[in-house]
Design a binder for this molecule. Structure first.
Ligand SMILES: Nc1ncnc2c1ncn2[C@@H]1O[C@H](COP(=O)(O)OP(=O)(O)OP(=O)(O)O)[C@@H](O)[C@H]1O
Ligand SMILES: [Mg+2]
Length: 304
């Protein structure tokens, strides 16, 4: 159930208990338990293939868990992709994932269609209420784009824009629905150091945004960003939680260093050059990572 459109929120609590996911013989998640308290930023880190995106896919209902349970605000939660926005959950994809045939503004509006009150018939016949809703949505999309500093690109086609701008548009599309839980999958991937600093500032404001505060789950390879913005970090390796705690606790945990060093050794043995940047279209990198092995990436990611 969604709160009234303008009601202030302070984020949603999410719990995963003993969640497992198998893809045939491959165990992608193994007995994973974690909690995202309201208004907190929880990081999920781990080498390539550790199961981070799969975890997001479970929360979004794209991948059904083979075992375990989820709870949202204390209630049992069986995620369905088409109900996420209504439940106050939004996500950005690993990569960008904008619709190439829509303008920037339309892409952002697409993130909030559930908030428009017009029914299907009204929209179909272009009745006044539908116009009003669309105008309101358009204004709101512009506001969010302005908040992220990219409103001047409102009428551009995403393909013509620099990668960093497209990443912001993707974030705007997630924020327009005023989520109470936001899942960010590698938001810093492919960004410059300056853009990452700005992203870090933005992420830390999310739990206290006026009228739209949210809890955040952040998957990210960029360690400086994770360490600087997260309240709590969960470390996955081969689908298992191998460590969890504050940034300082995780940084000092030998199991974490070992997991990353192990990944580097494997990468060194098997890899070609790191995969290059950024995707081109919707859904890119959305669930199944590419099969390329790799060395440390340009953004510091350790590729396995
Ligand atoms: N749809 C799928 N079908 C089969 N295997 C999958 C699928 N999605 C993911 N996997 C496998 O599950 C494991 C976890 O993948 P996942 O994408 O969750 O890793 P990740 O931690 O997000 O990695 P990265 O840092 O590279 O994005 C990998 O071995 C991957 O190949
Ligand atoms: Mg991933």
């Amino acid at each position: 159930m969604s709160p009234p459109e303008d009601a202030p929120t302070d984020g949603t609590a999410l719990s995963l208990d003993h969640v497992g996911v198998r893809f045939g013989g491959l165990v992608a998640l193994d007995d994973v338990s974690l909690r995202v308290p309201p208004g907190r930023i929880v990081g999920v880190i781990g080498p390539n293939g550790a199961g981070k995106t799969t975890l997001f896919n479970v929360v979004c209902g794209f991948v059904p868990p083979t075992s375990g349970t989820l709870t949202l605000d204390g209630r049992p939660f069986r995620p369905r992709p088409h109900r996420l926005t209504r439940l106050g959950i939004a996500r950005t994809l690993q990569g960008v994932g904008l619709f190439p045939g829509l303008s920037v503004l339309e892409n952002v509006m697409a993130g909030a269609t559930h908030t428009a009150r017009a029914g299907f018939a009204a929209a179909l016949f272009g009745l006044p209420r539908s116009d009003r809703d669309e105008r309101r949505l358009r204004e709101r999309a512009r506001e969010v784009l302005a908040e992220l500093g990219v409103d001047r690109h409102a009428h551009a086609s995403p393909a013509t824009l620099p990668y960093a701008v497209r990443k912001r548009v993707a974030l705007a599309r997630a924020l327009i629905a005023r989520p109470r839980l936001l899942l960010l999958d590698e938001p810093a991937g492919g960004l410059s150091a300056e853009d990452i600093d700005e992203l870090a500032r933005l992420i830390t404001t999310l739990p206290t945004r006026t009228g739209a505060a949210c809890s955040v789950m952040l998957v990210e390879h960029h360690m400086d960003l994770v360490m600087s913005v997260c309240d709590h970090i969960v470390v996955l390796d081969f689908g298992k939680v191998i460590a969890a705690g504050t940034p300082a606790q995780v940084r000092d945990d030998p199991r974490v260093t070992e997991a990353y060093l192990g990944a580097e050794v494997i990468a060194g043995e098997t890899a070609g050059p790191a995969p290059g940047a950024p995707d081109a279209g919707p859904g890119a990198d959305d669930g199944a990572p590419d099969a390329s092995g790799g060395a440390p990436d340009a953004d510091g990611a350790v590729r396995r």
